[in-house]
Every structure is written in C-alpha cells, then in structure tokens.
Write a new protein. Structure first.
Length: 329
C-alpha cells in the first residue's frame, strides 16, 4: 500500500473531499481513508503518525476527529442518493480501523440532509471573541437534539456558578500546558501553512472568559488583566457520552459534527476549549461536578463571528488508499 492512489472511483473522491473538512486537534487531520474496490465501500482509519502525542496521549481526541469525518462521509453518501451502512470498529485486531461505510438502499437525501451537506465547506473553527448577541434557546435545543440523535448529550452551561467552575478548569489546564515546554513546542509546530493558520491565532488567548490555546506565545509576552476579558463571548457547552471507550469517542465525533453543521447553517461557529479534558485529574473533576457523572468529550463556545480564513487540508490523493489496509498501519 502506498500513496498516492491513482485509481480511486469518483464516489471515493467525493467522500474523501467531505471527510477531510472535519475538525481535528490543531488541524492535525489524524486520518486516512481506503476504498474497498472501485466505489464499493469506504473505510476510515486513524493515522497514528499524525496524532498530537503530548496533547492527546491516549488518542481520544484523534478518534473523535475521525468520528466527525465519519459523519461527513455519511452525509456525502446521502448526497449521492444512498443510505450509508456503517459498521463501527469492524476489526477487533486493528484498533486503528475505526469505521466501514457501505452503500445501502437508494433514497434521495432529505431537505435537512441536503442543508447539512451544503454546510460542510462553510463550517470552521473560531479562535477568538464572538459577538455579544446571545444564541436563541430554540437553536440550543435543536443542537442538543442533534447530539442526542447520535448517542451523546449536550449540556448548556449558562448558570454563573457553572460558568465560573468551567472557566477555572480551563484556566488551570491552560496554565499547566503553558508551563510545559514540550507541550508549547508541540503547539507551536502545529501553526503554519500545513496546520493552524497564523491569522487564526492573532487574538490574545486570554481575551475570552474561557482561555484559548496560546499558539503564538502571546500570553508570555503580554499579560492581559481580567477586566479586559470578554465575558459575553459565546455560549459554553459540554458534549458528553455515557461511556468512555473507542465506540463512544466515535459517537461523540459524529454528534459533534452533526451539531456543528446545523449550527453553521445558522451562521454559528464554535471555538474549542478541551484543555481540561487532556488532564485526567481535571477531567474527573468536570465529570463529577459539571457533567452529572457522564464523560465530558468536548468543551465548546458557540457564537457568531464575521471572521473567516482558509484552513489547509490534505488532498484526496494524500489521504486515500486502495484495497485492504494491513492491521496496525
């Protein structure tokens, strides 16, 4: 098996173009895809070589990203006029073989599915303040419904006590990360023409009530007083699952992307604040005190912004292979 794969079918290219637009930790794109015969089936694999080793040592966030890519594939199959036949973790001998997608019965995409498909290239991650206009309760209820449809739950953090607790957890985790040279070096390496765009990191990471990643080391050079932080900068939410295994990480990724695409159709984007979920002690505290003993998988701020930028993605030729993939690749 080698890249590039020159004989891929048109359907496989279509699915791959959709899959690579999913969010991933620091735009690491920790996936590759395989076509099972020309336009016969599609596989989603974890690319272990692209995982953020210090940020995501267990690979949980990378698998969630692959789950988000899987949801894009499902929507792309519906766009082709078929129902997707999805098998999660189809090979117990290969933990990196995350999902297999086939073409089931022919059925035209619904209006809602077509709307989500159109949102795939529009969705983008934001790294800065949002506008002050609050999101309507109806939209938040719809987003929670989308998360539940994929086997996850979305908790809206809107009470002052809960917001203060969440902000404290994110701040504590970010302080740990900023003090760790290895972590800051890994973060810095993710910025550039093949990772997170420099323009996307230009806001001071302490500008919002949930601290952001300090990609450019701005916090080390410029201290931002608490009075200059924007409290009204999006709605904080936590995506949770009942269990904490590989299958539930994939469900969390699908739920995440489903709600992000629905939000994008309403011109609402997301900022990720998963820092405390990367430290076991803080994740346990969040699970106990904020997530009703469910497992927190993603922390987000949701809001509206006029900022946008081009985020580099690998082409289908760089991530699509043909035939069966050897276990452990």
């Amino acid at each position: 098996m080698s890249l590039p794969y020159a004989n891929a079918g048109r359907a496989a290219h279509h699915l791959t173009r959709a899959a690579v637009l999913a969010p991933s930790p620091h735009n690491s794109q920790p996936w590759f895809f395989a076509e099972e015969g020309r336009d016969q089936g599609f596989e989603i694999h974890l690319d272990r070589g692209r995982r953020m080793i210090l940020t995501d040592p267990a690979g949980r966030e990378a698998v969630i990203a692959c789950g988000a890519a899987l949801f894009n594939v499902r929507i792309a199959v519906r766009h082709l006029g078929f129902r997707p036949a999805v098998t999660l973790l189809p090979d117990s001998r290969d933990s990196g073989f995350l999902a297999q997608v086939g073409y089931a019965a022919h059925a035209a995409a619904t209006a809602d599915e077509a709307r989500l498909a159109r949102a795939i290239p529009l969705r983008h991650t934001h790294r800065g303040p949002f506008g002050t206009e609050p999101l309507p309760d109806t939209l938040l209820a719809e987003l929670r419904g989308h998360a539940r449809a994929e086997g996850a739950d979305l908790q809206i953090i809107d009470e002052p006590e809960g917001l203060d607790f969440l902000a404290g957890m994110v701040r504590a985790a970010e302080n740990v990360h900023r003090a760790d040279y290895g972590h800051t070096a890994e973060l810095a390496r993710s910025v550039g023409p093949y990772g997170v765009p420099v323009d996307a990191c230009r806001h001071h990471p302490d500008r919002t009530f949930l601290p952001s990643r300090d990609y450019l080391g701005l916090a080390r050079r410029i201290s931002l007083p608490a009075r200059r932080r924007w409290r009204a900068s999006g709605t904080a939410v936590v995506l949770t699952t009942l269990r904490d295994d590989r299958a539930d990480w994939l469900r969390a990724g699908q739920a995440l992307q489903r709600m992000l695409l629905h939000a994008a159709t309403c011109e609402v984007m997301a900022a990720f604040h998963t820092q405390p979920l990367e430290l076991p002690e803080l994740r346990t505290e969040l699970r106990t005190h904020l997530a009703a003993h469910r497992f927190p998988q993603v922390i987000l701020r949701l809001g509206r912004t006029t900022e946008t930028w081009q985020v580099p993605r690998r082409s289908p030729a760089e991530v699509l292979v043909g035939g069966r993939v050897p276990a452990g690749r």
